[in-house]
Design a binder for this molecule. Structure first.
Ligand SMILES: Cc1ncc(COP(=O)(O)O)c(C=O)c1O
Length: 382
């Protein structure tokens, strides 16, 4: 019997090693890793630049409190926010924590309470992030929930127009809802959000925990929209596998987080920050991002060649791709794993592909061959 809480539906394989896109289990079986720790290992496993950065820092200093100044955090903030309208940064340890910081900052700055979020969104498992999340299954049994969250349909300007905005501090959204089914914001809805925020002085929080750090082929997914977040949250890919989260904001907001208002012991830990600096410098290279876009186009083309139009619909952006299958995808995911391809679902009916951004075309070929053989042949029990 396991001595771990059974809160994860763990797959019965033990992964012990990884190199690039390939991971190996304790029986020596290899897999193409098209999960990447759910959009975490953006540079693949054991990337030499990251290994070296971590090794070097581990010989210098593991931890120092935020009681002391940190040129390393300053440098990472500068790398992340270069050529953006954002100017201040707070480092934490996870996506949920980044969103907690964002929501606290929005309330403190505006003095208002309501935060509008969207159906099928996912913002994390802490009380605030859970209340913000637009999925009942995530909240079930944990009530009473934090008040003053209003969850409305995504990509629906009419529902947005009906909201009474007087007490609204912020609107929080994912540009592509990752967990909720790889649902991309429409240009029309992005425009409606932008208009409402401007008209009512509402802050826009963009949660890029899953979509940020090159995952969609740009530094941040919001860059492909008209949206200009007042607050941006990051985690997952930021540390390439080393836990770190971050919240960025505009200069107007800085004074609201005065000394003592918010903090965390480990946030901006030197080990995390030095690895994140190496990750971000590597990924924010325009040539690297261009390649992500090219690989995305290649992967989509291969999927279109291999899968029939019906019932499959390919969606997403960059290397966050969803295959809408219209049925429960778990049996397929198990079969794909059996054949050496690791993928994860999004919602109930979508197979999500999140290869490392360093994935090769040959690896894309192999993965799509496996997908083609499984999705077109194995009957699904729904
Ligand atoms: C968009 C988004 N926000 C927040 C989170 C929560 O991040 P974490 O698990 O690091 O707390 C996730 C995790 O899947 C996410 O996808």
């Amino acid at each position: 019997m396991s001595s771990l809480f059974p809160n994860y539906a763990r797959r019965p394989i033990h992964l012990v090693e990884g190199k690039g896109t390939i991971v190996t289990d304790s029986n020596g079986k290899s897999y193409l890793d098209f999960i990447s720790g759910i959009a975490v290992n953006n540079l693949g496993h054991a990337h030499p630049t990251l290994t070296q950065a971590l090794e070097q820092q581990s010989r210098k200093l593991w931890h120092v409190s935020n009681l002391f100044e940190s040129p390393e955090q300053e440098a990472l903030a500068a790398t992340l926010m270069q050529d953006t309208h954002l100017s201040h940064m707070f480092f934490c340890n996870s996506g949920a924590e980044a969103n907690e910081a964002a929501m606290k900052l929005a309330r403190k700055y505006t003095g208002k309470h309501t935060i509008i979020t969207f159906k099928q969104s996912f913002h994390g498992r802490t009380f605030g992030a859970m209340a913000a999340t637009g999925q009942d299954k995530v909240k079930h049994g944990f009530g009473p929930l934090l008040p003053s969250f209003l969850t409305i349909p995504f990509n629906d300007p009419e529902s947005l127009a009906e909201v009474e905005m007087d007490d609204v501090a912020a609107i929080m959204l994912e540009v592509i809802q990752g967990e909720g089914g790889v649902n991309e914001i429409t240009p029309g809805f992005a425009k409606a959000i932008d208009d409402v925020c401007k008209e009512h002085g509402i802050l826009l929080i963009v949660d890029e925990v899953q979509t940020g750090i090159g995952r969609t082929g740009t530094r941040f997914a919001y860059e492909k929209t008209v949206l200009k977040p007042d607050i941006l949250t990051l985690a997952k890919g930021l540390g390439g596998g080393f836990p770190i989260g971050a919240m960025a904001g505009t200069s107007d907001l800085a004074a609201a987080f005065s000394p003592g208002t918010h903090g965390t012991t480990f946030g901006g830990n030197p080990l995390a920050v030095c690895v994140a600096q190496a990750v971000v410098q590597h990924i924010f290279n325009p040539l690297f991002l261009e390649e992500v876009k090219e690989k995305s186009a290649y992967l989509r083309k291969r999927l279109q060649q291999i899968l029939p139009d019906s019932p499959f619909v390919i969606k997403g952006s960059g290397l966050l791709i969803g295959i809408e299958c219209g049925v429960d995808v778990i049996p397929w995911i198990e079969e794909l794993q059996e054949k050496g391809l690791l993928v994860v679902q999004a919602g109930e009916t979508v197979i999500r592909l999140l290869p490392p951004l360093t994935v090769s075309r040959q690896e894309i070929d192999k993965a799509t061959d496996i997908l083609g053989s499984v999705l077109t042949e194995v009957p699904v029990v729904s």
